[in-house]
Design a protein around this ligand. Structure first.
Ligand SMILES: [Zn+2]
Length: 157
């Protein structure tokens, strides 16, 4: 039982977000500090201790999202700036609270706008916010094994 669960957790968490690192390690890329078993923003900048890329910065470097949104529809075309502003605001607020909640990138892909994030919960939060603000059609696919969530939001005028 225990072995099974450990194997599952390994696959469940490919970036070792839950892995234990040396207490006080800091990320040279974003300045996050590993404290109390998780990556947090320090009260003051830390430049001593072990330098270790945090899981968010590794996901950004590897271009490996934990959550992805695909936005489409004519409503998006007309309100793209407003919608992107909302996404950036949500990401900014989330990042302020946790170094693990970050935007990897927003890119136009044929007829859809792809939003890629380092955190699955943040992807869901953005999907919920879009749906609350603009209605439309929101779909969610959650892959529990890989800890990856994909959301699609669509609205036509
Ligand atoms: Zn970092």
């Amino acid at each position: 039982m225990r072995i099974d669960r450990n194997i599952k957790e390994k696959g469940h968490d490919p970036y070792g977000d839950a892995r234990k690192h040396a207490e006080g390690s800091y990320c040279p890329e974003c300045g996050a500090v590993y404290q109390g078993g998780r990556w947090v923003w320090p009260e003051k900048p830390v430049v001593s201790g072990t330098a270790l890329l945090c899981s968010s910065c590794r996901r950004i470097r590897d271009d490996f999202p934990a959550g992805e949104l695909s936005l489409s529809g004519t409503y998006l075309v007309k309100h793209r700036e407003e919608i992107e502003n909302l996404i950036h605001k949500l990401v900014r607020d989330a990042k302020e609270r946790s170094p693990l909640k970050r935007l990897i990138g927003i890119m136009q892909e044929s007829d859809a706008l792809r939003v890629r994030l380092t955190d699955d919960h943040l992807a869901r939060q953005i999907g919920d916010a879009l749906y609350r603000a603009y209605k439309g059609d929101l779909q969610l696919k959650y892959s529990d094994e890989e800890r990856f969530v994909r959301l699609s939001w669509h609205r036509d005028e």
